[in-house]
Design a protein around this ligand. Structure first.
Ligand code: C2E
Ligand code: MG
Ligand code: MG
Ligand code: MG
Length: 283
């Protein structure tokens, strides 16, 4: 123990932190102008209905290719954007482009678009609502074709103004999903307080089903609980036919994962849903 926390170890740890902080600064300063320089793109991944075998929605996933840094994953740059105060502007870009894309693919298939929303965007409720209304107006997309994916966070459940915002969106016909269910702290109080339609089971629960009995039991229990509350239940991260068979038997409603399709650029996604070739692998 004494050796592991010696001065040498501390120096390396400190250097690691410095390097990380420096990288964050670089990411933040390059990300600031990324949208204007055309470095951002949305990819789309279908959410498949296990009963009809058809896609009912597509999740918009942000991609950034920087000439300086190469392609940076959202898992890396979204937290930096949140920290640097860039997420609201970035979120507005995503909403607008997601709605425009969804409007464009309606002639091919009636598929909703699901947009990830940072809890920081919700913390400015009026600005967020304006942003949604603007994106819907510019794209002429029906609110019923927009879905917002919200992750659990400790701070949100107690805020009356955020509950009001979500009620307003629900009233407009916008779908609300609780993303990454099972990984946060306040999931159950969220379900009680907010008008969610969809519950997305985090992919960490799905990774080892059906082989790992505990995960299988938990997944079955979450499906049953979600449905008892009147929610549509989706399983994320489905990669293997065995997982899909298990989820079908468990009565899960929707699935999403590499088994059906990777996230694709708009043109490829539109071609895929238009081709009729997108179907459940093991139906
Ligand atoms: P998420 O919302 O849970 O999105 C699902 C992630 O799982 C995506 O990663 C997707 O590519 C990945 N995925 C889908 N199917 C599979 C599968 O079968 N196996 C595996 N291993 N992974 C799968 P991605 O695109 O790297 O995004 C990571 C996270 O970044 C997202 O997690 C979301 O929290 C965040 N994110 C992405 N785009 C946006 C955005 O526009 N705004 C905000 N606020 N967050 C975003
Ligand atoms: Mg999501
Ligand atoms: Mg998710
Ligand atoms: Mg996830």
């Amino acid at each position: 123990q004494a050796k592991a926390t010696g001065p040498g170890v501390f120096r390396t740890y400190q250097q690691g932190l410095d390097k990380h902080a420096k990288e964050n600064l670089e990411i933040a300063s390059l990300l600031r102008g990324a949208a204007d320089r055309g470095e951002l793109e949305l990819h789309f991944q279908p959410l498949m209905d296990l009963r009809s075998g058809k896609p009912v929605a597509a999740e918009a996933l942000l991609r950034w290719t920087s000439p300086e840094l190469g392609s940076v994953s959202p898992g890396r740059f979204i937290p930096v954007a949140e920290e640097a105060g860039l997420i609201r502007k970035l979120g507005a870009w995503v909403l607008q482009n997601a709605c425009l894309s969804a409007a464009a693919w309606q002639s091919v298939a009636p598929c909703r678009v699901a947009v990830n929303v940072s809890s920081l965007q919700l913390q400015a409720p009026q600005e967020f609502l304006d942003c949604i209304e603007q994106a819907l107006a510019i794209s002429n997309l029906s609110p019923r074709l927009l879905e917002l994916e919200i992750t659990e966070g400790v701070l949100l459940a107690d805020r009356r103004d955020i509950a009001n915002l979500l009620d307003t969106l629900d009233g407009m016909g916008v779908h609300l999903s609780l993303d990454d269910f099972g990984t946060g702290y306040s999931a159950l109080s969220y379900l009680r307080r907010f008008p969610f339609h969809v519950l997305k089971i985090d992919r960490s629960f799905i990774a080892d089903v059906p082989e790992t009995e505990e995960d299988a039991e938990l997944t079955r229990a979450i499906v049953a609980m979600g449905q008892a509350l009147g929610l549509t239940v989706l399983a994320e991260g489905v990669e293997r036919a065995e997982q899909a068979d298990f989820l079908t038997a468990a009565g899960c409603d929707l699935v999403q994962g590499f088994l059906y399709s990777r996230p694709l650029p708009l043109d490829a996604f539109t071609a895929l849903i238009g081709s009729g070739e997108l179907a459940l692998a093991s139906a």
